[in-house]
Design a binder for this molecule. Structure first.
Ligand SMILES: *Cc1c(COP(=O)(O)O)cnc(C)c1O
Length: 385
């Protein structure tokens, strides 16, 4: 089966991992701080807190933003469930803002509309979690402007976008996705299908020192060993303090070593994804298939085509029968039984639902060979004919 996404591992990665297992601390050693520094160097962010998954990162980002009982968090239905679950972990409630059909991202216009209504009823969200779906940057300048106007915090779910760049309306605002220039925090994932992998892992990036300290507390039991931060006026020898209720969300040094090694190749990974995306574009351009916007600055996490609802399931089944591991990103979050129990209904977010009914994710990953991609392209053409 040709999967829709997978990791690219080389000898350097293996040696980096082996070195740590043989010679170094397996956890709380030098590799995690070095990985965090490498993430800062790559993205331009001031602080990075490595954690054991993107989901853990979203959870502590919400906590650091002060999300709690009675608060409302908005996100998009066209995402992985973790982007919404993180608010529920904090006892807040979740609501969704539908997508723009062309970009497949949270619609700025619909968000503005919803905020105006919410303001009237005194129900403004505390946090809006935007998702750089498929690795394409959202319109961050627009979201940032709304956050200033309506007074909420923006968290970027950047699980798809590491390696992408954001080009704002002026050249000055061009930066790597991951650097939270138009938000408080960005959250990355290092699951094997993402831009780089640590097997499981994630990170929260911020330019705000206070948030960075909170994030570190929440990621490690609420404990600090930093004498400068002690609340106790007369610390004893070997003193450390638990200052809030945190978790053990730490990344291990073995995983961090893999991350450091992977990060040295991220630009070549994204280049390969971009080349493959262009090949798909050229192959399908003349067919009656809706293609993603051909954006060179994207991280190209996913390549999603849209075909007529009546033909989608047949094409999907046909491709699976050819051993092509096509997938669908995403089942709208509010369609899941758990979210239906919370009161959401099918029909609530029409654009995400219409998009979902037409979507097929084709294989796209750095090690996808030309032969395999050619096989996928022929199969799509055959199944579509
Ligand atoms: C992968 C993913 C996550 C969760 O990341 P994990 O590292 O798997 O916990 C969150 N949001 C989105 C959009 C993702 O694709």
């Amino acid at each position: 089966m040709i999967s829709y996404g997978r990791q690219s591992i080389n000898q350097d990665d293996i040696e980096a991992v082996e070195h740590v297992i043989r010679h170094e601390n397996l956890t709380q050693g030098k590799q995690v701080p070095a990985f965090e520094q490498a993430l800062c160097d790559y993205t331009g962010s001031k602080h990075a807190i490595a954690v054991n998954s993107g989901t853990s990162g979203l959870h502590i980002a919400c906590l650091a933003a002060g999300v709690g009982q009675g608060d409302i968090v908005y996100t998009t239905p066209n995402t992985f469930v973790a982007s919404a679950n993180c608010a529920l972990y904090c006892s807040a409630s979740v609501d969704f803002v539908d997508i723009d059909a062309d970009t497949r991202q949270m619609s700025v216009l619909m968000l503005e509309d919803k905020l105006r209504q919410a303001e009237k009823h005194n129900r403004l969200p505390k946090v809006v979690i935007v998702v750089h779906f498929a690795g394409h940057a959202c319109d961050m300048e627009a979201f940032y402007a709304l956050s200033e106007r309506f007074g909420f915090t923006v968290i970027e779910d950047n699980a798809h976008g590491l390696g992408a760049s954001y080009k704002g309306t002026s050249n000055q605002s061009a930066h790597k996705l991951g650097n939270p220039i138009h938000s408080s925090m960005t959250v990355c994932s290092f699951h094997p299908v993402k831009s780089i992998t640590t097997c499981e892992g994630g990170a929260v990036l911020t330019n705000d020192m206070k948030l960075a300290k909170k994030l570190r507390l929440f990621a490690s039991h609420g404990i600090t060993k930093d004498a400068e931060d002690f609340l106790c006026p007369t610390p004893a020898i070997a003193h450390f303090e638990q200052q809030c209720l945190g978790f053990n969300y730490r990344l291990s040094d073995v995983h961090a070593a893999l991350g450091i090694s992977q990060l040295t190749r991220i630009d070549s990974f994204i280049q390969k994804r971009w080349r493959l995306a262009q090949n798909y574009h050229d192959a399908f351009n003349s067919l009656d298939i809706k293609l993603p916007i051909l954006d060179e600055s994207s991280a190209w996490h996913l390549y999603v085509i849209e075909v007529d609802v009546e033909r989608r399931d047949n094409l999907f089944t046909f491709l699976r029968s050819k051993n092509i591991g096509v997938n669908v990103h995403y089942i709208p979050v509010h369609w899941h039984p758990y979210y239906q129990q919370l009161g959401f209904k099918k029909g609530d977010f029409m654009h995400s639902e219409a998009y979902f009914r037409q979507a097929i994710t084709l294989p796209l990953y750095p090690d996808l060979t030309a032969d395999k991609q050619e096989y996928v392209i022929s199969a799509v053409k055959e199944g579509f004919a």
